[in-house]
Ligand binder design. Structure first.
Ligand code: HAM
Length: 425
């Protein structure tokens, strides 16, 4: 049987430099998140379908990989991490002092139409900040994103922000059930404004001009937004929520987080958001490289207490696309060396290779004969090695190695006893 070699549609085989790049940006995220006090959570790739079905929203629900396992359970490949974090929090961390701050890095799956920057298996890095209702928690997310992108060299991104609380508080006041609110928010996300307004009309026809005005507010200037909304007939809760959003915008501006702006016409596809939401946008890329927001009621949906919570996830594949478009390459983990051994003394070869690895070099061992040495030398040329290390008859006798720096074209014979990084040519 001849198997097709192509991976399944939307899936990818990742080899260097992409695999190195993905590992690098994932590790860099873990490093920054843990400096902000977040702890690693590792969750199952497969969960019960219902976990996501309850509060993910129509789009994600439609795009889930769902199947029945051999035990007859309806399960799915996780389309994101937040719902899993809420579940694991309720099971294992409910009694911990708040806030509980968690981070994750790993693959998620969505059966979407593949295109540039959209895959069916993709990698997310994110955090969830559980148990803190304050503005600081939302702002900290943005600070972490700022420091992370700085650490990988990305500077030209924008933070688009809004709040779901304004719409939800108006919709609640107009007697709209939560599922209808979720559907309207889904339509706003998809820019199907006619469908959204049609639903609003069913509950409060006189509220339509207000919703239209709100959807049109878009500016990086807090004062401009203030004056746009000041004439609107908002209820006290939505006035408070807009004040909160403007405070976050002002802080993001003062703290140099991307290029922040408010766009009240923007919503997010996931249905669990209750307040502040944001996306990270790269001009010209045509996609968001990250998104998140506040979801104060998700934990109670799963049968827990009302727990204020906020978080985000960044798309690592998309970040890499943007970085590689700028000519970025992941830094090499180790300088590479080829150890060319003319003696078949594996104990000695292991000793030398271990010493070199101990200095932080990566070592490819090539055992050869003097007759074939030229072949080996031409084979290693052009493979990107920084050092060639020779272990021949003379070196064995002297307890030494000859190290050639292939970049600088310099060479030294060094005693094995005192082989140090600073002695390398
Ligand atoms: P999301 O906006 O659905 O949010 O996904 C976050 C990021 O994952 C997106 O901005 C994008 O960069 C990346 N992404 C999503 N789908 C794909 C795809 N098919 N191919 C490549 N990259 C993709 C969430 O997942 C929420 N859980 C974020 C969150 C955490 N909210 C609160 N806490």
């Amino acid at each position: 049987m001849r198997l097709p070699l192509e991976p399944i549609r939307g899936m990818r085989d990742l080899i260097p430099p992409e695999s190195d790049g993905l590992e690098y940006v994932g590790n860099a995220f873990a490093d920054v998140a843990s400096r902000y006090g977040y702890e690693l959570i590792i969750l199952p790739t497969i969960e019960l379908f219902d976990l996501f079905a309850i509060k993910s929203g129509p789009e994600i629900k439609r795009s889930m990989y769902v199947f029945t396992d051999k035990g007859g359970r309806q399960v799915c490949l996780r389309p994101e991490f937040t719902a899993g974090v809420a579940r694991a929090y309720l099971r294992l961390m409910r009694d911990r002092p708040k806030p509980v701050k968690l981070f994750y890095v790993g693959p998620a799956f969505r059966y979407e139409e593949p295109q540039a920057g959209r895959y069916r298996e993709f990698f997310q890095a994110g955090v969830e900040f559980l148990g803190d209702p304050s503005i600081y928690a939302d702002v900290e997310l943005l600070l972490l994103i700022r420091d992370y992108y700085r650490s990988v060299g990305l500077s030209d991104y924008k933070i688009k922000m809004s709040t779901m609380a304004v719409y939800r508080s108006l919709f609640r006041e107009w007697g709209m059930p939560e599922e209808t609110q979720d559907l309207i928010i889904h339509y706003i996300d998809k820019k199907q404004l006619d469908d959204a307004l049609k639903l609003v009309r069913q509950y409060n026809p006189s509220g339509i001009p207000l919703i239209e005005e709100l959807l049109d507010v878009n500016s990086p200037e807090p004062d401009e937004i203030r004056s746009r909304v000041s004439g609107l007939e908002l209820n006290p809760e939505s006035v408070k929520e807009i004040g909160r959003l403007l405070r976050i915008l002002e802080l993001a501006r003062n703290l140099n987080v991307g290029d922040p702006y408010v766009d009240l016409g923007f919503a997010r596809g996931l249905a669990y958001y209750t307040g502040f939401i944001f996306e990270v946008v790269v001009p010209d890329a045509g996609f968001s490289i990250g998104g998140g927001g506040r979801y104060d009621r998700l934990v109670s949906v799963y049968g827990g207490e009302d727990l204020p919570a906020t978080g985000f996830a960044l798309g690592l594949d998309r970040l890499l696309l943007v970085l590689s478009g700028k000519g970025w390459n992941p830094p090499k983990r180790h300088a590479r060396s080829a150890l060319i051994a003319l003696a078949e003394d594996y104990v000695l070869i292991d000793d030398v290779a271990s010493k070199l690895r101990g200095l932080g070099l990566s070592v490819d061992v090539r055992v050869t004969s003097r007759k074939k040495l030229d072949d080996v030398l031409s084979d290693i040329a052009g493979r990107g090695y920084e050092y060639a290390v020779f272990l021949g008859g003379r070196e064995v006798k002297e307890g030494a190695v000859t190290v050639k720096n292939l970049v600088r074209r310099t060479q030294k014979t060094l005693s094995l006893e005192r082989l140090g990084l600073e002695d390398l040519p």
